[in-house]
Design a binder for this molecule. Structure first.
Ligand SMILES: *[C@@H]1O[C@H](CO)[C@@H](O)[C@H](O)[C@H]1NC(C)=O
Ligand SMILES: *[C@@H]1O[C@H](CO)[C@@H](O)[C@H](O)[C@H]1NC(C)=O
Ligand SMILES: *[C@@H]1O[C@H](CO)[C@@H](O)[C@H](O)[C@H]1NC(C)=O
Ligand SMILES: *[C@@H]1O[C@H](CO)[C@@H](O)[C@H](O)[C@H]1NC(C)=O
Ligand SMILES: *[C@@H]1O[C@H](CO)[C@@H](O)[C@H](O)[C@H]1NC(C)=O
Ligand SMILES: *[C@@H]1O[C@H](CO)[C@@H](O)[C@H](O)[C@H]1NC(C)=O
Ligand SMILES: *[C@@H]1O[C@H](CO)[C@@H](O)[C@H](O)[C@H]1NC(C)=O
Ligand SMILES: *[C@@H]1O[C@H](CO)[C@@H](O)[C@H](O)[C@H]1NC(C)=O
Length: 427
């Protein structure tokens, strides 16, 4: 009962945080379909909207905002059957004036397409799954589209204190957890004795509490993880952070991550395998470079992650190039080329990485991908057991010393990395 109550209040906090960040009232959220892409025929095909939808959690009462130009687009809600075959003959409802709001009034699956000629076939279609409302009178915690939001008690029974054994306490605690958008952290502390501040990485590293991003002084304090990325928390009280009252986590996405061929042990940031372009694969994209820009837009790439390029042997390849080669589409001296599909590339260093094709005009026609790779500073990632294939570590790749406890925990992680590295030898 107690836990339910806690989860509920945490959820309420989550809803309020999200709602206020989107300038709405109550627990109602507005989802701008496709974000800045709007509602159009997406350049790279339907992956644009399936990718977008995969990163959202939809609840009853939320609004979908289809942002389009009246006269150029429309949006129709249809059945699953009509969605699958792009049949716009007899839609459930249709809106022809943009931007169009659609209120998700009940739980279940919703299918939207454009009724305009061929638009649906080219990917202007959206399928979503709406969860039970979370703020109604009979509210129960809303299951996420692909994962129920989790409320984590930081440190579990330890609570949020100066940990007896130093910062390893919270490192260990965070190590086997997966944090996703929508999850909530509860810092359980006694008001007046502790506090918790979200800070930048720099402030976290140096225990600088001068100018925190946010500060909560009343315990227990809830913090909802409303976007992907790195989060750093410290105590601002004298000496507390230096003594180890600090927590760094990485929020991946709304689900535990795409399926992986080998079992990946949970960690703050288990390596993710990305299929570049998803179903589109790696080719000269129909709509130009925006296809891969759109694909990369919402993703977080970390050292240790793997990019898989699926392409046609003999008529395609993938080349890693410098930034200037990428910008100018000069593929005369690539850093490396892989000409056999599928090409698996392990991201071994932080910073910007650029990929294109060495085939004539492919790059200028949009077969190019630029990504930013983050080094989350996990030593098991930054320093794989065999670094024969790891060129010179990333700019931020300074390894963090870690003790035998976390080393032990990281063993499984090493094993999966070893498998990943072994597969690199194939190419
Ligand atoms: C809708 O699209 C227009 C034009 O791209 C843009 O200016 C506007 O900000 C968008 N509205 C929303 C709510 O995203
Ligand atoms: C499209 O749907 C309508 C009714 O909703 C149906 O009569 C028609 O046969 C369907 N067309 C195709 C090609 O499936
Ligand atoms: C759509 O919903 C948003 C948020 O509730 C509101 O600001 C906007 O005016 C609505 N637009 C239309 C066309 O109803
Ligand atoms: C918070 O800490 C107090 C005191 O240690 C404990 O009684 C309570 O159960 C904790 N709450 C949670 C949610 O763990
Ligand atoms: C702490 O951060 C503030 C601003 O956030 C900065 O002005 C100050 O120099 C920093 N102090 C140290 C010791 O780095
Ligand atoms: C996340 O929450 C913080 C604080 O609650 C807020 O400042 C920020 O705008 C939110 N971000 C998003 C993407 O909603
Ligand atoms: C490309 O060639 C490799 C090696 O010959 C083969 O294993 C792979 O299946 C081929 N891939 C495609 C997409 O044809
Ligand atoms: C990488 O991030 C930096 C800093 O945010 C930004 O200036 C740069 O454009 C990004 N590069 C890519 C390829 O996204």
């Amino acid at each position: 009962m107690r836990n339910n109550k806690l989860a509920l209040s945490a959820l309420t906090v989550a809803m309020i945080a999200l709602a206020s960040s989107l300038h709405t009232i109550d627990a109602q959220r507005v989802h701008v379909v496709g974000d800045r892409l709007g509602w159009i025929v997406p350049p790279g095909g339907s992956i644009a909207y399936s990718t977008w939808a995969g990163l959202q959690v939809f609840s009853v009462g939320d609004i979908l905002l289809f942002n389009f130009t009246t006269g150029q687009q429309d949006v129709a809600r249809v059945t699953k059957e009509a969605f699958d075959v792009c049949n716009s003959t007899n839609p459930i409802s249709i809106q022809t004036t943009g931007p169009a709001n659609y209120t998700l009034s009940s739980a279940g699956e919703y299918y939207f397409i454009s009724t305009q000629d061929e638009h649906c076939f080219f990917g202007q279609k959206l399928a979503i799954s709406v969860n039970q409302a979370s703020s109604g009178p009979s509210a129960s915690p809303a299951p996420a589209a692909s994962r129920t939001p989790v409320t984590y008690i930081v440190g579990d029974d330890l609570g949020w204190i100066v940990p007896p054994g130093g910062k390893i306490a919270y490192e260990t605690w965070a190590y086997d957890k997966i944090f996703a958008v929508g999850d909530t952290l509860v810092f359980n502390f006694t008001t007046g004795e502790q506090d918790v501040a979200r800070v930048t990485k720099e402030a976290f590293d140096t225990c600088n509490s001068t100018n925190p991003l946010s500060l909560q002084t009343t315990g227990p304090a809830s913090y909802t993880l409303n976007s992907t990325g790195e989060y750093y928390f410290i105590s601002t009280l004298d000496g507390h952070c230096f003594l180890g009252q600090k927590l760094a986590i990485i929020v991946t996405r709304g689900s535990p991550g795409p399926p992986s061929s080998s079992p990946v042990p949970p960690s703050p940031r288990a390596p993710v395998t990305y299929i570049v372009g998803d179903h589109l694969g790696w080719l000269v994209p129909p709509g130009g470079p925006i296809a891969y820009e759109t694909w990369a837009y919402d993703k977080t790439f970390a050292v240790g992650d793997i990019l898989v390029f699926n392409f046609a042997n003999a008529t395609q390849d993938v080349a890693e190039v410098t930034k200037s080669a990428y910008s100018g589409c000069d593929t005369s001296s690539p850093l490396r080329v892989i000409s056999t599909s599928p090409a698996r590339i392990i991201l071994t260093s932080a910073g910007e990485h650029f990929y294109t094709s060495t085939y004539f005009t492919h790059c200028s026609l949009g077969q190019k991908l630029a990504i930013n790779v983050t080094d989350f500073g996990s030593p098991s990632i930054a320093q794989p057991p065999s670094n024969a294939l790891s060129p010179a570590g990333g700019p931020n790749g300074a390894p963090v010393p870690f003790n035998s406890a976390s080393r032990h925990a990281a063993l499984g992680f090493f094993a999966s990395l070893a498998i990943a590295f072994a597969s690199l030898f194939v190419f």
